[in-house]
Write a protein that binds this ligand. Structure first.
Ligand SMILES: [Zn+2]
Length: 182
């Protein structure tokens, strides 16, 4: 049975009037939304390919930082939307990478069934593997929409994760200052 038919069955079981003009196209829209939120599923090689487009570093040992990096997924436990915004800073060594690759890589990496803690760790490790900076830091805010018992965990209580990579002890202060400034 196709995904659309399965969703239509689910809606019927829930008591929706699936013949209504409002709901006729809902299974199709829902499946499309699901595919968009999980568009990174099985595409880890593409993330690696994005992060491997490097060029010589011409910044010296300066700091580069980004804010407003975004991603999205459905939480693996409830299949409810999680919207991410991330701040990222690093000190390049010999190699550097275009800004657009960082935004694309994070968006694609995050869009699959994934715990935020692992996403945070994986991004720093993958970036380290391909760009090899002296040090890097990422802070991710996840806006969850899942229910836990009677309480909804919602946007006023984002989950914040932070991971550092590389020669952290030497560069921690400058990276933290940069993250907090943006
Ligand atoms: Zn959840």
């Amino acid at each position: 049975m196709s995904n659309e038919k399965l969703i239509r069955e689910f809606m019927l079981n829930m008591g929706f009037d699936v013949a209504s003009e409002h709901f006729q196209a809902t299974p199709k829209r829902f499946v499309e939304t699901l595919e968009r939120f999980y568009e990174g599923l099985g595409r880890e090689e593409e993330v690696k390919k994005l992060l491997s487009v490097v060029f010589p570093n011409e910044l010296g040992d300066g700091v580069i930082s980004f804010h407003g990096i975004t991603g999205r997924t459905l939480c693996p436990h409830h299949l409810m939307p999680v919207l991410y915004t991330a701040k990222f800073a690093y000190i390049p060594r010999d190699k550097n990478i275009g800004a657009s690759k960082i935004y694309q890589a994070f968006s694609l990496l995050s869009s699959r069934p994934y715990m935020q803690e692992k996403l945070t760790r994986d991004f720093i490790e993958m970036f380290g593997l391909f760009v090899d900076p002296y040090a890097s830091i990422i802070q991710i805010r996840g806006q969850l929409t899942c229910y836990e018992k009677e309480n909804i965990i919602c946007s006023d209580k984002p989950m914040v994760t932070l991971v550092k990579g590389g020669e952290v002890s030497r560069y921690e202060n400058i990276l933290l200052t940069q993250i907090n400034a943006i």
